[in-house]
Structure formats: structure tokens, C-alpha cells
Design a protein around this ligand. Structure first.
Ligand SMILES: Cc1cc2nc3c(=O)[nH]c(=O)nc-3n(C[C@H](O)[C@H](O)[C@H](O)COP(=O)(O)OP(=O)(O)OC[C@H]3O[C@@H](n4cnc5c(N)ncnc54)[C@H](O)[C@@H]3O)c2cc1C
Length: 382
């Protein structure tokens, strides 16, 4: 049965996340962004309230909730501020390949650290010369007795400056292409790990993004994620089936925030003797925003629901991520348009939201990469 009505627990969780976003995120969002301040206390508070990492199974200390519950919460957190939502989600993204591919004892240890101790983690895959083309990564992990020695550079890693550990994708067999990749858990404090400076990004500036350098970093072999080498690529990619519905939810929450601001402003501002929204051109802009937000949410819920049903959601997640990211860019641009000159000023929230929307079309697989995934899925049986 398809049901668009949330159950009581889901409604309560959504309300809890909304109240947190209203009281603990929104009042500080402008300050965090303009000062590039990482919202560590608010992230820890969200963790304490049970709003983060909902998908970690109960046996490892998590809430054991589904992707559906997670997208409900993530829409609200991004409605509060997209930079906060990205910063807070970094750990969940890093935990996804552990959930899908780690051994039981690895899950107990690393998921337990996140769920029970509030540890933060980052997903470190992208490199200076390999973003969309993940198979082109150069970071190597060479077996040496009971350890691996990791060398290489990662780039654009969200939360790296605050993470306790990283999920790192490296090549254990450089000649085997994507089949020669393995995932590792590397602790921030390991010798040979160094961080770049915090990047000055266009938007979502409270989120910490940095390069990580690994120089002869010795990692115990039991921190190779999974039973054996070579599962890294599959693991790192499967993580996206879990994470992309959540990124889509972030984009939906961000769009909704921009739309609500624009709607309210269109009622306050008058031109030619009437509120802006009485002009059909403005009203149609608002109508288009609302339709696209509704569609974003439905695609997101479908991708999350398939995930919870144990069904393959790769194509659905790509539709949701691409459509809601593109929608966020369109909606925030139109919200600035509704505000006119005031929209161009940082005095009003829509400029920050528009700056924050752009990266949604770039990270977690760009909109072009999502089209490649959709194209591959729809033509594979031809
Ligand atoms: C703020 C921020 C946070 C990030 N956080 C993380 C993180 O936590 N962990 C992590 O591992 N990475 C992270 N990334 C990296 C992000 O995933 C990459 O930037 C993204 O995958 C794109 O890679 P790229 O920047 O190398 O661009 P490129 O791959 O060089 O692509 C450049 C452009 O070309 C297009 N393009 C590339 N190949 C094709 C193709 N075959 N067909 C059509 N178009 C194509 C792309 O869509 C893009 O528009 C983050 C990036 C940013 C900006």
C-alpha cells in the first residue's frame, strides 16, 4: 500500500527535528555562515536529542530507524540551515560503508563509537584529480605485515577538521581498476595524517571542508573494512543508495525554507498598489516553487521507502538527488528574484540559501553523474 500519511512516531520525530531547527539552528545560521563557524555544539546537541545517525542499528547503540525517518529529520535540519545539515550529516555518510560492508566486530567498534560516544567521522573518497571519476583515485594502501601503509591526498572532505576517524578509499591493487579498491578506517590521530586549511566555500560556510594528506600512515589490518580486500568500490558506492535520499531531503528542506521566505515577503512587499503575490508573474513563480518542492519530497520518500523495503533504490535515489538538488538551485534563485534588490543582500536569508544550494548539484555525485546513473539503469537491459 502506498501511504503518504506519516505514522505517529514519524510525526513526533519530524516535529522534534523541526523544533530543534527552529530553536537551535535558525537563530545562529547567519552568524555561523558569515563567520565560517563550525556548529560543533549544535551538532552534539542534535546527537544528544537522537536526531543524527538514526540508521545505526540498535545492537550497536543506534536508534535502528529507517531511511524514511532519517529523510524526515534531514528535511527539517536543512530547513533550519543547509550548512548545518551538511556538517551534521558527514558522520552518517562515513558510517554508511561501515554498515554495508564492515565485519561484525568492526561495526561494534566504529558504529558504537558514533552512536554511544558521539564520535564524528568523514567520508574520504574524492582526490585532487579524481571526483566524479572515482576509479581514478591514486591513494594507495600497501600491506606490510599486520598493517597497511597508506599514502595519498584526499580533497573536499566534509567535517575532516573535526572527525575522530575517516572512511578512506584506497587502491590495494593499482592494476585492478575499481576492483582493486579497499576501504579503510583511519584515525585522525594516526601518525602521518595531516589536514589542509578549511576551504573558503561559496556557501554552507559553517560546514568544514578540507584536504587530508596521508603520508606513510600505518593502519592495522583489522581496519580494512570488510573481510578482504577489493570490496571498497562497491561499498563506497552502495553507501550512496543510503545517503542520496538524505541529500535529496536536505535539498528539499533548503528549497522549502527559501519558498516560505519568498511567500511571506511577497505578502509584505507591495508594488503597483498591491502585494507582490497578486501579480500573476510572481504568483506563478511561487506556484512553480511549490510544485517542485512537492515533487522533490515525493521522489525522496520513494527512494527512502524502497531502501527500507530492502529493494534496490539506486535509480530512485539518483532521481531524487538530481531533481531536488536542481530544484533547490531554481527555487533559491527565484526566491532571490521575488525579494528583488533585497534578495541580493546578506541582510536577508535568501542570498545565503542560494549560495548554499549550488553545492547540492555538485557533491555526492553531481547532477550530471546522477543522469549517468539513471541512463545506465534504464538502458542496462536493452
Ligand atoms: C563542499 C563540498 C563538500 C564535499 N564533501 C565531500 C566528502 O565529504 N567526501 C568526499 O569524498 N568528497 C566530497 N566532495 C567532493 C565532491 O563529491 C566532488 O566535488 C564531486 O564528486 C565532483 O567531483 P570534482 O569536483 O572532481 O569535479 P569533476 O569530476 O572534475 O567534474 C567537473 C564537472 O564535470 C562534470 N563531469 C565530470 N565527468 C563527467 C561525465 N562523464 N559526463 C558529464 N559530466 C561530467 C561534473 O558533473 C562537473 O560538473 C565535496 C565537495 C564539495 C564542493
Amino acid at each position: 500500500m502506498v501511504n503518504f500519511v506519516l505514522d505517529e512516531m514519524q510525526e513526533m520525530l519530524k516535529e522534534l527535528a523541526h523544533e530543534f531547527a527552529r530553536d537551535e539552528i535558525r537563530p545562529y545560521a547567519e552568524h555561523w555562515d558569515l563567520n565560517s563557524e563550525y556548529p560543533k555544539d549544535a551538532i552534539l546537541a542534535a546527537h544528544e536529542m537522537g536526531l543524527l545517525n538514526l540508521h545505526i542499528p540498535e545492537k550497536y547503540g543506534g536508534a535502528g530507524l529507517g531511511c524514511m525517518e532519517e529523510v524526515l529529520v534531514n528535511e527539517e535540519l536543512a530547513w533550519g540551515d543547509p550548512g548545518f545539515a551538511t556538517a551534521a550529516y558527514a558522520t552518517a555518510l562515513a558510517s554508511a560503508p561501515i554498515i554495508t560492508g564492515a565485519t561484525e566486530s568492526q561495526k561494534e567498534k566504529w558504529l558504537g563509537k558514533i552512536a554511544n560516544e558521539g564520535a564524528l567521522a568523514s567520508y574520504a573518497v574524492t582526490e585532487p584529480e579524481a571526483g566524479s571519476d572515482v576509479a581514478a583515485i591514486k591513494t594507495s594502501a600497501i600491506r606490510d605485515g599486520d598493517d597497511y601503509i597508506i599514502n595519498g591526498n584526499k580533497m573536499w572532505i566534509t567535517g575532516a577538521g573535526y572527525a575522530d576517524f575517516f572512511f578512506v578509499l584506497a587502491k590495494t591493487d593499482p592494476d585492478a581498476g575499481y576492483r582493486g579498491m579497499s576501504g579503510f578506517i583511519v584515525e585522525r590521530e594516526a601518525d602521518g595524517v595531516s589536514l589542509g586549511k578549511k576551504e573558503t566555500n561559496m556557501g554552507q560556510r559553517c560546514s568544514d571542508t578540507r584536504a587530508i594528506n596521508f603520508e606513510d600512515v600505518r593502519v592495522p589490518a583489522d581496519q580494512l573494512v570488510g573481510e578482504s580486500e577489493s570490496g571498497g568500490w562497491m561499498n563506497a558506492m552502495m553507501a550512496f543508495d543510503l545517503s542520496r535520499p538524505n541529500i535529496a531531503a536536505h535539498a528539499t528542506g533548503l528549497s522549502r525554507a527559501a519558498y516560505e521566505h519568498a511567500l511571506q515577503y511577497s505578502n509584505e512587499r507591495h508594488s503597483f498598489g498591491k502585494p507582490l503575490h497578486r501579480h500573476q508573474a510572481v504568483q506563478f513563480m511561487l506556484a512553480d516553487m511549490k510544485t517542485k518542492i512537492e515533487a522533490s519530497r515525493l521522489l525522496t520518500w520513494k527512494a527512502a521507502s524502497l531502501c527500507d523495503s530492502g529493494l534496490k533504490n539506486t535509480e530512485a535515489a539518483a532521481h531524487a538527488k538530481r531533481f531536488s538538488a536542481d530544484t533547490a538551485m531554481e527555487v533559491t534563485t527565484d526566491a532571490v528574484q521575488v525579494y528583488g534588490g533585497y534578495g541580493y543582500s546578506e541582510e536577508y536569508p535568501v542570498a545565503r540559501l542560494m549560495r548554499g544550494a549550488k553545492v547540492m548539484q555538485i557533491y555526492e555525485g553531481s547532477s550530471q553523474v546522477q543522469k549517468m546513473i539513471i541512463g545506465r539503469e534504464i538502458t542496462k537491459d536493452l
